[in-house]
Design a protein around this ligand. Structure first.
Ligand SMILES: Cc1cc2nc3c(=O)[nH]c(=O)nc-3n(C[C@H](O)[C@H](O)[C@H](O)COP(=O)(O)OP(=O)(O)OC[C@H]3O[C@@H](n4cnc5c(N)ncnc54)[C@H](O)[C@@H]3O)c2cc1C
Length: 415
């Protein structure tokens, strides 16, 4: 049987020929040898962690520990051929379909493995953009390394004067022979303090209309001239940063797509961002809410029951919409407004969850009595404004759905 890594008649690497059942057995054998099965993952009041934070609140030491654990696990998984199941074999992927990927994810979730959330931006957004727009050099250098956990990537898009209006960004890249010289400032860059590379969008022609004078690059975050300054969040942690560029040299081989074609590059990343965020990881489950209501003796309160039902129904509708978007991807189509709807639904579900928790807990949300499962909810509530902004704000997504799905007249735009 020809395996991944075998060259075919034309010297091209070919994907595995492996049935789903053989693949399942391979994944299972790997998990049994390298991880412990999760103990009963069902929620029990008062047991385990009561954390429900949306945005990581770790100290720098915890960051480093989590990163080392995530790297160790990703390396093992990648070396076993399970780290980039759908990726092209010539860049270290397995060349299999999303069905295989789903089977592996389901099997992996039954085991107690280190969290790889820190790699989310790199794998969910930067890697697909490199695959779509990168040069062969960049693809060969970074795609395998990103999936093996050797390289952590960040997204350098937002600036103090450019968020929703991303095309208004001002960070400049000027051509200098085979290199570009980057000057400017980015902000809200998640995980920049840990990142090895970043996807940056720069203005390369200030005389062109704003969407047309942009170019994307992969920058080495350890290059001279890059300064990363952490920003403290109201939730306590510091997972965002300001990033300053002073005469940073970037080789032209690290350009993504065409010169002044950066808007298409940014859109590739943003579509993947919406898919990653809208996927909904981290929303507290219904059982946790029901148990909270029971614990507080409010499970029979008609107002509470109504709010609870609303959260559960909203969550189910959101997951069905996600299935619709995934079915489109599996059928080889580009998902469009489903991803904007997915992100909006996630925000709505979390907003309703926060409303319900506020009704249930009242002052216990602001005064820590030390009781398990009560004050911990304040982190979710403080993280909600961030969720409403990240990956497209509520208002901007409503505009997209209004204009592109419902065909409403376009919002007047400031030039
Ligand atoms: C948790 C989190 C993680 C993030 N991580 C990153 C990251 O890793 N990399 C990165 O580059 N950026 C990141 N960001 C920044 C994020 O992309 C921006 O916050 C977002 O694009 C909004 O931009 P802004 O904050 O400048 O708000 P603005 O665009 O200034 O918006 C301010 C307000 O005006 C409203 N508004 C703006 N335009 C319109 C319009 N046309 N119609 C109606 N209302 C409008 C918005 O909805 C919002 O309420 C992150 C943000 C958060 C909260």
């Amino acid at each position: 049987m020809q395996r991944t890594g075998d060259p075919d008649d034309r010297g091209q690497l070919v994907p595995d020929h492996i049935t789903l059942e053989e693949f399942d057995a391979e994944g299972q054998a790997f998990l049994e040898a390298n991880a412990e099965p999760r103990q009963d993952s069902g929620f029990r009041w008062g047991q385990g962690s009561d954390q429900v934070a949306l945005i990581p609140e770790s100290t720098p030491e915890e960051d480093r520990r989590q990163l080392a654990a995530a790297q160790g696990w990703s390396k093992k998984v990648f070396d076993a051929g399970l780290g980039w199941i759908t990726g092209p074999p010539q860049y270290g992927g397995r060349g299999l379909t999303r069905d295989y990927e789903r089977r592996w994810r389901t099997a992996e979730a039954r085991y107690d493995t280190p969290s790889t959330t820190m790699f989310g931006i790199g794998l969910g957004m930067v890697a697909p953009t490199i695959l779509a727009h990168g040069t062969d050099e960049v693809k060969e250098r970074y795609l395998g390394a990103l999936h093996r956990g050797e390289v952590l990537a960040c997204q350098l898009f937002s600036e103090p004067g450019a968020g929703s209006d991303l095309a208004g960004l001002q960070t400049r890249a000027e051509r200098d022979g085979d290199e570009w010289v980057v000057n400017g400032q980015k902000v809200w860059t998640s995980f920049a303090h840990l990142a090895d590379i970043g996807e940056v969008i720069c203005r390369t022609d200030p005389d062109l209309p704003k969407h047309k004078g942009l170019t994307g690059f992969i920058v080495d975050m350890h290059a001279p001239g890059i300064e990363v300054r952490p920003l403290r969040q109201m939730t306590g942690g510091a997972s965002f940063n300001e990033v300053f560029f002073t005469d940073v040299q970037v080789p032209d081989t690290h350009r993504l797509g065409d010169v002044n074609g950066g808007w298409a590059v940014a859109l590739t990343t943003l579509m993947n961002e919406r898919a990653a965020i809208g996927g909904g990881g981290g929303v507290p489950g219904a059982t946790r809410l029901v148990e909270l209501a029971r614990h507080l003796g409010k499970a029979h309160d008609p107002l509470v029951r109504q709010q609870l039902a609303r959260v559960i129904v909203q969550g189910r509708v959101a997951s069905m919409n996600n299935l619709r978007a995934m079915a489109k991807v599996a059928a080889g189509q580009a998902p469009g407004p489903e991803l904007s709807i997915a992100k909006m639904s996630l925000t709505q579900t979390v907003t309703q969850t926060c409303d319900l928790v506020s009704t249930l807990l009242g002052s216990a949300l602001v005064a820590n009595t030390g009781e398990w499962g009560t004050y911990a909810w304040s982190e979710l509530i403080l993280g909600l404004p961030g969720l409403r902004l990240a990956g497209g704000t509520d208002e901007v997504l409503r505009n997209i759905v209004g204009e592109r799905v419902l065909g409403l007249p376009k919002e007047p735009m400031a030039r």
